[in-house]
Design a protein around this ligand. Structure first.
Ligand SMILES: Nc1nc2c(ncn2[C@@H]2O[C@H](COP(=O)(O)OP(=O)(O)OP(=O)(O)O)[C@@H](O)[C@H]2O)c(=O)[nH]1
Ligand SMILES: [Mg+2]
Length: 355
């Protein structure tokens, strides 16, 4: 899974990217290119399972982050479209909203701080980028209809695109358009930005982390908003791992930025994890809420999905209660499930398959 980081110039996107991924120095050139890095999804269940199973290898689920240069309404439209195109394939967006002022940082591009205005500006840029795609598609469909190619199908899609155009021109996100399943499926290939799940990081000065007005603002922006002092978190991420906890504690922060942002991303996108265990490896895998056993099998290998026979599933709480896979099985906690079984977060699964 992949999360894209966006926001106005100098909101702290690259600083947050460095805090989350630990990337820094020459790898993170400022202001121009997009950066990408992969981080482990922290999951205490993986650690507990690994202690019980003692495998040769322990592998966490992975999350990719993409950091792009800032976009703003006073940039050329082609430039906005080109910068934002780096986010087309991501599964969710995190919008970094600036709520710090510092003499050592470039000033906010709009002068005063105003998170709501910044959010409206970025949302409008997402709509502009999507509108660009919609309009180009409409031209193509009109030509096809003119040539008599797949007329009915093209007309139907053109009708949908016209609806999206009207919505986008009025500043409405595609994600808010009450699309049918069929329409969503048709639109999937266009990877519209304003259809993607989005959450906010409120980037504050470390002194403002625990202020009531910071918390009130974060809450008003949405349930998955994360309050982060990106610059100090970046500095802490550069320390030796053994020293980090003490500094975080000093700031009254329980967990590093990476953990909090990934957790918010899981919630915003609707992600879940399942676990596999055995002799070479204990491992966590990411799926979407509502995914079936068959879909989960396909995450591991297409052969496992193709030759799916059954899934042997132990719920996380049953494993936890009995302390080992063997004891959980002895107590009758292992269930046999078929392809259609809807996976639960934390399920420990062994897939039986034949190809
Ligand atoms: N005081 C303070 N400064 C910050 C914070 N986050 C970022 N900065 C500073 O703000 C400036 C811009 O930060 P960047 O992370 O490069 O911002 P950006 O959003 O990536 O900017 P562009 O890529 O140019 O759009 C740098 O000088 C940072 O050190 C913060 O939380 N507190
Ligand atoms: Mg940057």
């Amino acid at each position: 899974m992949k999360i894209g980081i966006l926001g106005l110039p100098f909101s702290g996107k690259t600083t947050l990217f460095e805090a989350i991924t630990g990337a820094h120095g020459a790898a993170v050139e400022r202001g121009t290119a997009a950066h990408e890095a992969t981080v482990n999804v922290p999951d205490p269940r993986v650690d507990v399972l690994a202690r019980a199973v003692n495998p040769r290898k322990t592998t966490y689920a992975l999350m990719d982050f993409v950091d792009i240069p800032g976009v703003a309404s006073d940039m050329k439209r082609e430039q906005v479209v080109s910068v934002l195109s780096a986010l087309r394939e991501v599964d969710g967006l995190v919008h970094v909203v600036r709520w710090f002022d510092s003499p050592s940082a470039p000033p906010h591009p709009r002068g005063a701080l105003d998170p709501r205005r910044d959010i409206a500006e970025i949302e409008a840029e997402l709509c502009v980028a999507d509108l660009d795609i919609v309009e180009r598609r409409m031209e193509k469909l009109e030509k096809q209809i003119g040539r008599g190619q797949e007329v009915d199908k093209s007309r139907r899609e053109l009708g949908l695109m016209e609806r999206l155009k009207t919505a986008l021109e009025g500043g409405g996100r595609i994600g808010a358009q009450n699309l049918t399943q069929e329409e969503s499926a048709l639109l999937r290939a266009y990877q519209f930005l304003s259809e993607k799940p989005m959450f906010y990081v409120l980037n504050v000065h470390e002194d403002a982390l625990h202020r009531p007005e910071t918390k009130a603002l974060a809450e008003s922006l949405g349930p998955n908003t994360v309050i982060i002092a990106a610059r100090v978190e970046k500095e802490i991420a550069e320390l030796e791992p053994s020293e980090r906890a003490e500094f975080l504690q000093g700031l009254g922060i329980g967990e590093p930025a990476a953990h909090r942002v990934i957790r918010a991303g899981y919630a915003a996108i609707g992600l879940r994890s399942f676990l596999t265990q055995g002799d070479p490896e204990v491992r966590a895998w990411t799926i979407r809420a509502g995914d079936t056993a068959l879909a989960a099998a396909g995450k591991i290998h297409s052969d496992i999905a193709r030759g799916f026979i059954r899934a042997e599933v132990t719920a996380w709480r049953d494993f936890e209660k009995h302390g080992s896979m063997k004891e959980a099985r002895n107590q009758g906690c292992q269930r046999l499930e078929g392809k259609e079984y809807v996976m639960e977060d934390g399920d420990i699964v062994l897939f039986r398959f034949k190809v």
